[in-house]
Design a protein around this ligand. Structure first.
Ligand SMILES: [Zn+2]
Ligand SMILES: [Zn+2]
Length: 87
């Protein structure tokens, strides 16, 4: 996760998008069903070749975003490498 991305997570655009995902997933972790400490995870990161940078956190399509509790999220990140795509 780069610095830019970290900053994006504080933006109102991201709060709106995050809420949409939480609502879609019924405010539950999609992995274990927990309702505590939910985070929205990006399944892939996309690098925009023309813009020369990663997409803004809130510009991702809904299918690339998933609700996970903090535990599953941390486990996921230590187990799997998140794919980076150039678009
Ligand atoms: Zn979970
Ligand atoms: Zn994540």
């Amino acid at each position: 996760m780069n610095e830019n991305y970290r900053r994006h997570l504080k933006r109102p655009e991201w709060f709106r998008k995050r809420k949409t995902i939480l609502k879609r997933d019924g405010y539950k972790c999609r992995n274990c069903g927990s309702e505590k400490e939910l985070t929205v995870h990006h399944r892939q990161y996309h690098y925009d070749k023309t813009g020369g940078r990663h997409l803004n956190a809130w510009q991702y399509k809904l299918k690339y975003l998933i609700t996970l509790c903090r535990r599953c999220h941390d486990e996921g990140h230590s187990k799997f490498k998140i794919l980076n795509y150039k678009v």
